[in-house]
Design a protein around this ligand. Structure first.
Ligand SMILES: NC(=O)c1ccc[n+]([C@@H]2O[C@H](COP(=O)([O-])OP(=O)(O)OC[C@H]3O[C@@H](n4cnc5c(N)ncnc54)[C@H](O)[C@@H]3O)[C@@H](O)[C@H]2O)c1
Length: 259
């Protein structure tokens, strides 16, 4: 088992890639805290893990709240005795607007994409130090590698997440704490529908969220969206000891779209 005896947390764990990751890490032997604003969703994923013979707890709250974003580390340690890894996966599409933008939309996207993961990571590091090392993983996006023309705030945030990753990787390499980012391309989750049909994106006549999802997915060389499990597989590798000499990378899992 690739995560035997490890303890970790996954934010945005009730759905999509986070759910796939939590279930995968648990299947590989980890005890996992499933963190999400959706209490029923988080509880269902934890229940699924426990029913399959694994170890999990559900932690429910809004990661925009600094106290909760830090507390999830303490509560994971209290439940399982330490912390070896954290997948800071939560994110938000943000507005499409630029000219005339409502700055409340900007703040919401920055708070979820950058601030909340920063806070969680800052609480995770001391606990990893106690264990003699650990692995942090952030979820950026291909929009953090190349500019996304209709998502200036999202791109700014995800480029920021990659900057944070590289800074922390250098800062903590000497303490055996590895810090990496995974950069999904178009991935088949509920957020993808929200992303393509944001209220301030005018859908072209005749298009629906679903038709735009298909078009967008068709733009990458593999001509399909990623499945959540394909991102979870990359997360598993980066968080496991198999990636023991890998730190500071932003790994695109995008069917070749940024090649
Ligand atoms: N789906 C894509 O195409 C895509 C591509 C690149 C990057 N991403 C990134 O992947 C991450 C998650 O996306 P997904 O597609 O797996 O999403 P998803 O829609 O499947 O799940 C998102 C989860 O986050 C939870 N959540 C939202 N706001 C929260 C908050 N404030 N506090 C706690 N939980 C909260 C939701 O309840 C939901 O369960 C984000 O960081 C996103 O930017 C997604």
């Amino acid at each position: 088992m690739r995560m035997a005896n490890k303890v970790g947390l996954v934010t945005a764990g009730a759905s999509g890639m986070g759910r796939a990751g939590a279930i995968t890490f648990a299947r590989e032997g980890a005890a996992v805290a499933v963190v999400d604003i959706n209490p029923e969703g988080a509880a269902a994923v934890a229940r699924e893990i426990i029913d399959a013979g694994g170890q999990a707890i559900a932690l429910s709250g809004d990661l925009r709240d600094d106290a909760f974003a830090g507390d999830i580390v303490k509560r994971t340690v209290a439940a399982f005795g330490g912390l070896d890894f954290a997948w800071n996966h939560v994110g938000h599409p943000g507005p499409s607007s630029f000219e005339g933008i409502d700055m409340k939309d900007y703040e919401l996207a920055m708070d979820i994409n950058v601030r909340s993961v920063f806070v969680t990571a800052s609480h995770a590091v001391p606990e990893m130090r106690v264990r003699g090392g650990g692995a942090l993983l952030f979820t950026a996006s291909t929009s953090g590698i190349v500019g996304s023309p209709y998502s200036p705030v999202y791109s700014a945030a995800k480029f920021g997440v990659i900057g944070m990753t590289k800074s922390l990787a250098k800062r903590y390499a000497g303490e055996n704490i590895r810090v990496n980012a995974v950069c999904p391309g178009t991935t088949d989750t509920p957020m993808l529908r929200v992303f393509v049909a944001r209220p301030d994106m005018q859908l072209p006549p005749g298009e629906t969220a679903e038709s735009l999802v298909r078009k967008r997915a068709g733009l990458n060389p593999m001509k399909r969206p990623a499945q959540p499990q394909e991102i979870a597989n990359a997360a598993l590798f980066l968080l496991s000891d198999e990636a023991s000499f890998i730190t500071g990378v932003a790994l695109a899992v995008d069917g070749g779209s940024t090649a």
